[in-house]
Design a protein around this ligand. Structure first.
Ligand SMILES: NC(=O)C1=CN([C@@H]2O[C@H](COP(=O)(O)OP(=O)(O)OC[C@H]3O[C@@H](n4cnc5c(N)ncnc54)[C@H](O)[C@@H]3O)[C@@H](O)[C@H]2O)C=CC1
Ligand SMILES: O=C(CO)COP(=O)(O)O
Length: 418
């Protein structure tokens, strides 16, 4: 049953870490539940590595031959329907298929979900140039930003500009292990495509399904600079990618989606909260308790709002930070149980650098807060505006070893003005 459209969207998840595998699970449940809109198979690109099956895996057997030597991660995913390294103990739907060639993984897919640590995204996108469906649409689930001499770039912008496609963002209070276990949470999906994508279905579609020859100019960057991308319209024999159908791709009974149009606010909330979570981890590691963490969270949310207003004016809405899961709720959950929080806390308790804790404790998972703190600082320093963001600046200076975490309260306290 294809309804009024002769084609269905093929979906690829680019990335297969802790969150990448979780989102592949969520989306694969929905492609199965919505056969009118989506091809059931969800391809998940796996950065191949050899892994040993850990005791936390459902397939660990003491002394078995399989568990005694390293195996290819992709083969284990396809055999056991479990990502034994990055999401052990969770069964993935059988329609999630691990693919190690990125070209194969994205081939023919009209929906590309980018979900990998932010330090790898530029290289991946450059490698994908010319290899994707020209009318594909993207969603970035990645929390981070990229900073260059030109300024700060959202990852949705980076993806959109590099690949010449429209890219939205998914972000929220979403600790992956809880969602993978089917525990209730909310998320925010920001998707604001050109109007041509939300057209009403046509009765017969475009013959052959090829894009129409005309392209539409889309201004992708809404930050300080902007760049026009020639966007290829979605052929009319595919179901439209409006808010309703995007929600159908991500919403589950345990994963509630709120659709918005503020891609900048959702992306910034996800990136900047990781800096705040480091500060929360340090004050908790000092044994200061919940009031201290709440103080850090309050100031962190204010700095997020200020950052959005100063550098993404016009595109970023204050309400996204104060009302959406991608804003305030993500600050709260990340400062209670996220990896950035936990590693920062452990770094104080064990007297180790946070990089050392990451290496020892995360089994290959990556912190995003440390590099984001450096990237944001380099941007603020370049503008002479570090003093306007005392918490973000304090986190950077602590990582650099220039100040100690117990100086945070004084540094974020506004100066008395008589
Ligand atoms: N884990 C979580 O609870 C959540 C994570 N996020 C965000 O999602 C994004 C992805 O995070 P996770 O899936 O948790 O990743 P992760 O922290 O589990 O990172 C490991 C992943 O990085 C990949 N990787 C390692 N070297 C690579 C390379 N050279 N090139 C490409 N990939 C490489 C590994 O294969 C693995 O898939 C991050 O921006 C994170 O902030 C967002 C919400 C929740
Ligand atoms: O983004 C997250 C929760 O929303 C996860 O944060 P961490 O990367 O700090 O674990």
């Amino acid at each position: 049953m294809l309804g009024t459209h002769s084609k269905r969207h093929k979906v690829t998840v680019v990335g297969s870490g802790n969150w990448g595998s979780t989102i592949a699970k969520v989306v694969a449940e929905n492609t199965k539940a919505n056969p009118n809109l989506f091809d059931e198979t969800v391809r998940m690109w796996v950065h191949e590595e050899e892994v040993e099956i850990p005791k936390t895996s459902q397939h660990y057997k003491e002394g078995s031959e399989l568990c005694s030597k390293p195996q290819k991660l992709s083969e284990l995913v396809n055999k056991f329907h479990e990502n034994v390294k990055y999401l052990p103990g969770i069964t993935l739907p059988s329609n999630v298929v691990a693919v190690t060639s990125i070209e194969e993984a994205v081939k023919d897919s009209t929906i590309l979900i980018f979900n990998l640590p932010h330090q790898f995204i530029r290289k991946i996108c450059v490698g994908l140039q010319g290899k994707i469906v020209p009318f594909a649409r993207g969603i970035s689930c990645i929390k981070g930003v990229e900073v260059s001499e030109k300024g700060v770039t959202l990852l949705s912008e980076l993806i959109g500009q590099t690949l010449g496609i429209y890219c939205g963002a998914l972000s929220g209070a979403n600790i992956a292990s809880e969602i993978a276990a089917g525990k209730y949470s909310e998320t925010t999906v920001a998707y604001d495509p050109p109007a041509m994508d939300s057209r009403q279905p046509t009765p017969h579609g475009t013959p052959g399904g090829s894009p129409t020859s005309s392209t539409v100019d889309l201004t992708i960057t809404k930050g300080e600079q902007s760049k026009k991308v020639q966007l290829v319209p979605l052929p009319s024999d595919y179901p439209s990618l409006n808010h309703g159908n995007m929600k159908r791709l991500f919403h589950r009974h345990y994963f509630h989606v709120r659709m918005v149009s503020d891609v900048a606010g959702v992306s910034l909330g996800g990136a900047l909260k990781n800096i705040v979570a480091l500060a929360a981890g340090w004050v908790d590691g000092l044994g200061w308790g919940d009031n201290a963490k709440a103080a850090v969270m309050r100031v962190g949310i204010l700095e997020e709002v200020k950052f959005g207003k100063m550098f993404f004016a016009g595109s970023c809405k204050t309400q996204t930070f104060t009302e959406e899961s991608a804003g305030v709720a993500d600050v709260v959950t990340s400062c209670m149980g996220g990896r950035n929080f936990r590693c920062a806390k452990m770094s104080i308790e064990r007297g180790l650098t946070i990089d050392e804790v990451e290496r020892r404790e995360l089994n290959g998972q990556k912190l995003q807060g440390t590099s984001t703190a450096y990237e944001v600082n380099s941007f603020l320093k370049g503008k002479g505006l570090e003093h306007e963001f005392p918490l973000f600046t304090a986190v950077y200076n602590i990582l650099e070893g220039k100040i100690k975490p117990d100086q945070i309260p004084d540094l974020i306290e506004p100066k008395i003005v008589d």
